[in-house]
Design a binder for this molecule. Structure first.
Ligand SMILES: [Zn+2]
Length: 309
């Protein structure tokens, strides 16, 4: 590809054994992403066809099925290029691809944000409903012929978010495709109706145990090829959660409403022009508040306001 990474180096497709990373624009920084094309002796699949696959133009990489790590706009943006092959989602995310309304339900945005985002999902991300999509489950294996793609259910980002572990005959090498456990400095995103903070934490522990040659993320961190780099990145990524929680606790030195907490910004930076920031702050920080209250660190008064104990 002729695109350039953030640092200005040209981005070229990267071969990892039987798989090829198809880098998106800006190294896969949102709304772009890096798709994975995996070829076996009998079948080929593409995982998370992104805007980058659309931007390549011409005939898209030929595949027999499309696998999705989860049901989000940037991961389905190139799926419409494959109307005639089966699409596969984890059973928990599968309802989201049935219709545009069902898809929007994954985010659960308030009506004015929903109304603003809906046209972008259709036009920018080429949403196409596929009610005939198929369900996969944890530990399912797609046998491509000498190459296997195994499902690791890693919920939290969405209910059905999954990673894929890829191995092949004649090699000890394996690939872990991490989807939106994207190891970015932004940290874990759990701001949707279908997100769950504590599931995300369990999933982070699960992927930490996996040892492979290559760790591939959907967004701009791209591919990590040493375990040392992977653990360093993963621990920093996971560490954003307790950091947000500590900042919240410090902010609750006096009573605060959820409105004030959302406005203060713990997920995004105060100046970030993100349309749905307030909704995401509200949902994410509610999850932190719930567990701080349950653990006895925070009290919610009769007026609904929160304060540190
Ligand atoms: Zn996502």
């Amino acid at each position: 590809m002729s695109d350039k990474s953030e640092a200005g180096e040209p981005l070229v497709d990267l071969d990892l054994g039987p798989a090829t990373v198809l880098f998106g624009a800006r190294g896969g920084k949102y709304p772009h992403g890096n798709s994975l094309w995996v070829r076996g002796g009998r079948e080929s699949v593409i995982i998370d066809p992104s805007l980058g696959v659309v931007a390549r133009g011409g005939t898209p990489p030929p595949v027999d099925r499309v696998l999705f790590s989860h049901c989000h706009e940037d991961h389905i943006a190139g799926a419409h290029l494959y109307p005639d092959v089966p699409w596969h989602f984890h059973e928990a995310d599968l309802p989201g691809i049935q219709s545009l309304d069902a898809f929007m339900g994954i985010y659960g945005f308030p009506p004015h944000i929903d109304a603003a985002f809906r046209p972008a999902v259709q036009k920018q991300f080429h949403f196409m409903a596929r009610p005939d999509s198929l369900a996969y489950r944890d530990a399912d294996v797609f046998d491509l012929g000498g190459v296997r793609v195994r499902v690791l259910h890693t919920p939290g980002h969405t209910r059905g978010h999954c990673c894929f572990l890829i191995d092949w005959d004649g090699s000890e090498d394996r690939i872990l495709y991490l989807g939106d456990i994207d190891l970015s400095s932004f940290g874990p995103y759990y701001g949707d109706a279908w997100s769950n903070l504590e599931d995300f934490e369990r999933s982070l522990k699960r992927v930490r145990e996996v040892e492979v040659r290559w760790y591939a993320t959907f967004h701009h961190i791209g591919v990590l090829d040493t375990r040392e780099h992977y653990l360093e990145r993963l621990d920093r990524f996971a560490g954003v959660i307790p950091d947000r929680e500590a900042r919240l606790l410090a902010y609750l030195d006096e009573t605060r409403s959820l409105d004030e907490i959302a406005e203060h910004r713990f997920i995004y930076r105060p100046g970030d022009a993100v349309e749905f920031a307030e909704a995401v702050e509200r949902r994410s920080m509610s999850m932190h508040l719930d567990r701080l209250v349950a653990a006895g660190h925070v009290t919610q008064g009769a007026d609904g306001r929160y304060v540190r104990n």
